[in-house]
Design a protein around this ligand. Sequence first.
Ligand SMILES: [Zn+2]
Ligand SMILES: [Zn+2]
Length: 308
Amino acid sequence: MGCEEPAVLFRVLVHHWESQSTINDNNHEYFDFLSSNDVSSVSRIRSTNDLTYLCSIACSYSAKATMPFSHHSHSGQFCPGHAQDALEDVIKTAISKSFHVFALTEHMPRHDQDLYPEEVEAGSTFESLTQNENDYVKTALELREKYKDRIALPLGFESDWCGQHSLELIERSIRTHPFDFFMGSIHHVAGVPIDFDQADYDRAKNLAGGTDEKLFERYFDEQLEMLQATRPPVVGHFDLIRLKSSDFNTDWRSMSDVWTKILRNLDFVASYGGILEINTAALRKGMTEPYPKSEICQVRAVHDSKNH
Ligand SMILES: [Zn+2]
Ligand SMILES: [Zn+2]
């Protein structure tokens, strides 16, 4: 494979693993991949050359880090909206699956106007989410101590970017707690959640100009604002915006204005040494490739090889 010096963005292989319960039939193939250093097992999973290439790069890094490891996780205890199980059970399962590094990255608090419909329904508020974060950190530190001989548990959080007003909350989380790192994600465009349901996605699409392509452009513009304002060490699910679009497997290169913005954002991430996670939640949701798609990963590799 010749990955002596893999692309800067692939210093970390990240597996989005929301809870032990999500390791079901759909995830077994990918979990096998994560548990193995054998690149040939990757090509068994996905036969396209592109994805084999992507996974090979990931494997070469992972091998160095005695895989498997993850830098994106949620538990049902602190993220009841889209994960399951107590944090300790998630950690115990990670140990049983031979994880060496398993970063904890529950969501940060958001302002009341930026809550998801399900959170509003559940009675969550900015105050209750702030308390949730306090409880999460306390529990995580206790568990990190308890399991320190068996697994490394970096303490992190997943940031949200709902506009410039999110900056103060991100800075507050960093200031308040002893986080090791955070992951910069964007789940809203024009102030509307784009990964929750079709109605909200369509609302965001209309606000952005009425087409998927216009919304993609706006997503990558708002992502750049987030990247510039916070410089996240890890960038979460880089191309999440395809999730509710009319064809989530479309090749990004077929949309030239969007592709230009993707290249621009990748360059910015590379400029400060950020890392993209490879997030397999996309597979669980029916897509053929993880976030980000392989054409994005390949651009990165080509760009970097020019500099060697
Ligand atoms: Zn997440
Ligand atoms: Zn996320």
